[in-house]
Ligand binder design. Sequence first.
Ligand code: SF4
Length: 331
Amino acid sequence: MPEPAIARLHSGGLVVNYVCSSACAHCSYRSSPRRDHAYISEAAAAANCRVCRSLGCRSMHIGGGEPFLRPEGLKGALRAARREGVAIEYVETNSSWFKDEDSAVVLLGELQALGCDTLLVSIDPFHNEFIPFHKVKGVLRACRRAGMGIFPWVMDFYEEIDRLDDRVPHALAEYEAAYGPGYLEDVLARYRITLCGRAVDTFGPLLPRQTAPAVLAAAPRSCPRLLGTGHFHLDLYGLYVPPGCVGLAVRREHLGQPLDRATYPLFRTLLERGVNGLHELAAGLGYRPGREYAGECDLCADLRAFLAASHPDRFPELAPREFYTADRRET
Ligand code: SF4
């Protein structure tokens, strides 16, 4: 059997920061205003792009955190991508930076000149808990004026957000009040949500739950998603985040090489034995399940949180550390 490796990269994104002006209930990265305020340097963005390109990925998106919190840093990341021959598919934004249409059009023009021709604009009730909708509408208008492409994520929510007062943010409870009980469960079905990070806290309780032994009995014997390269991310620290498994990281310099068992014991365990293997390892270190779980990813998150808290220096692959120490839900 060849040693497992992340040998090719298909499509992914640059995480330029983890700090965010929002703290969305569905955020798989647990971003918030309280996260580390660091922003990717031009050199780190270039190094990430170089590795991606060498492993077959020629275009990426830019996400965060909120990439627009430091426009100069964002421009640096765009310059780096262009220099390294990596096309930027889109830059994600929550629109919190919007002040007025004229200044937004100027900034968008500067980004276009550096190779960004589309913004993914977040349109959903989670962001609307923190960002008044008039800002989102302002960014959409500015994009149209500047000729910037718009990737609305998700347009399906536009009208129900717009029916509420767009001058102020609205709590999810207001959506439940306006559109009926069960609204949140309904959103779960309409929005492609990865059960990871803060989304586990928000949506886990809404899903059917089972005891840990029942989850383990039904869990697959391997987690091949860890080697999936369809929606990966590379962050400002040079950490590779597998698609949908935030909190497990491979160092940039180890991409394309076999994942060494001594350096990546948790990756190897999950690849070879799935969450059952991780449970066995954690149980040997004192883990005891404390509740019921909405499937193997919920249990996996609990096991990793236990390992990160109880053995902080033993598993460097549990990264970035702030993912495990960040508040579960900002208020
Ligand atoms: S069980 Fe863990 S490693 Fe496997 S897919 Fe779920 S979160 Fe990722």
